[in-house]
Design a protein around this ligand. Structure first.
Ligand SMILES: *[C@@H]1O[C@H](CO)[C@@H](O)[C@H](O)[C@H]1NC(C)=O
Ligand SMILES: *[C@@H]1O[C@H](CO)[C@@H](O)[C@H](O)[C@H]1NC(C)=O
Ligand SMILES: *[C@@H]1O[C@H](CO)[C@@H](O)[C@H](O)[C@H]1NC(C)=O
Ligand SMILES: *[C@@H]1O[C@H](CO)[C@@H](O)[C@H](O)[C@H]1NC(C)=O
Length: 352
């Protein structure tokens, strides 16, 4: 073997050990950056300067890791699946602070945790969901099919999930009772609701219901008091609107049967919920990775039905993050395990 061949061979071996792995790594990070720029294009994102770009890229890489972990527990093809969403360039902390309500538990507990007991004293306010018959529940109910659910809302950067979910229930209950589906004003509640509700800075659905009832508040039509996604001066109009008749706020952990029967016998419900992993949710039924402790509650949504006949029995959950979230604005959560803490604070109402 000539020296030339020897050096060539040595060079080749060195190449295998050093250059090839380096090349693989490089093309891998190029691929990731390509995925990021594709993501930016798909979601129409632009970043002010290189510093911000690098920050967002870092958060994006974290999201990809989180998604991989979430998807690794899928057991069935209807299990929830996760991936890139419009929120993928944020860290979970940023997501929590910008799109969720980290202080929701404090608001709930400052009202007095056992709300339903307190309200037994004033039971004219209450709907007696606990006496509702549990037997002979249908396998499925979907209030969307009854034409009593308005279009999916987009709360944008206004943290008024507490008002959206309650107004959505008022719209649905009004449609069920009067046969007319109309949009009601969320902005009015952002501007006017008291009892520890702070407009776009957060609030709690049950605090809102107490306020609506105590002051016999008339909630106006959306077109009379339109949405501006920010806190404004409270206005009183001379218009007709919708008033709450009765409501119930209940902790139904371990009693999800009552959520099902309420959905059948009364109508849609609003729940406080932990939506942290929804940052990456694309579709399917959530069965894991959604903590249920009341301390983790950070969002509120409307439940518009359930399906016990599905492979994974689930609730039909309407979110307020636009139609481009999840499955046309909706998501699905398995029944029976207080997933995402959905049974910690369940509210139902009727209207006059
Ligand atoms: C994309 O973003 C730019 C600037 O933020 C905006 O002007 C434009 O309307 C957006 N386009 C789409 C399709 O969303
Ligand atoms: C990039 O933009 C951010 C936000 O406007 C600013 O705080 C930061 O100083 C900028 N960085 C550079 C290097 O220009
Ligand atoms: C899911 O799996 C079932 C059988 O287990 C199959 O019939 C169905 O086509 C699958 N659906 C999808 C979307 O892959
Ligand atoms: C609300 O309406 C009820 C029943 O009509 C009435 O008794 C109560 O005084 C009203 N409360 C307020 C604050 O107007």
């Amino acid at each position: 073997m000539s020296l030339k061949n020897f050096l060539f061979g040595l060079g080749f071996i060195l190449l295998l050990f050093f250059f090839i792995p380096i090349r693989v790594n490089k093309s891998n990070s190029d691929d990731l950056e390509k995925e990021f720029t594709d993501f930016m294009q798909q979601y129409n994102k632009s970043y002010k300067n290189e510093t911000i770009y690098q920050q967002r890229f870092k958060a994006f890489l974290k999201s990809m890791k989180a998604v991989e972990k979430l998807n690794s527990h899928r057991k069935h093809n209807r299990s929830a699946y996760y991936g890139l969403t419009k929120f993928s360039d944020m860290t979970p902390d940023e997501f929590l602070n910008k799109h969720l309500q980290p202080d929701l538990y404090e608001r709930i507990s400052s009202r007095g945790v056992d709300d339903s007991k307190e309200y037994d004293k004033n039971h004219h306010h209450r709907i007696h969901t606990r006496s509702i018959k549990l037997k002979n529940l249908p396998l499925k109910i979907d209030w969307r099919e009854q034409g009593v659910i308005t279009e999916v809302n987009n709360q944008k950067l206004c943290g008024a999930c507490w008002a959206f979910s309650t107004v959505e229930n008022m719209e649905s209950m009004y449609a069920i009772k009067h046969g007319q589906l109309k949009q009601l004003s969320v902005q009015q509640l952002i501007d006017c609701a008291r009892y520890n509700n702070d407009g776009c800075e957060g609030g709690d659905s049950c605090n809102l219901l107490h306020w609506l009832k105590d002051f016999n508040v008339t909630v106006y039509d959306e077109n009379k008091y339109p949405m501006h996604w920010k806190n404004e001066q409270c206005k009183t109009l001379n218009n007709k609107g919708v008033q709450i008749d009765k409501f119930a706020c209940q902790r139904l952990v371990g009693n999800e049967d009552y959520i099902l029967s309420t959905l059948v016998n009364v109508g849609p419900v609003a729940v406080a919920i932990n939506a942290l992993t929804w940052q990456y949710y694309l579709g399917g039924v959530i069965q894991f990775h959604c903590g249920s402790s009341p301390k983790l509650l950070n969002h509120a949504v409307q439940i518009v039905g359930y399906d016990l006949s599905a492979v994974i029995p689930h609730y039909i959950v309407r979110n307020s993050w636009g139609k481009d979230f999840g499955e046309d604005g909706y998501l699905y959560i398995a029944i029976g395990e207080n997933l995402c803490g959905l049974a910690n604070e369940v509210s139902v109402l009727t209207v006059l």
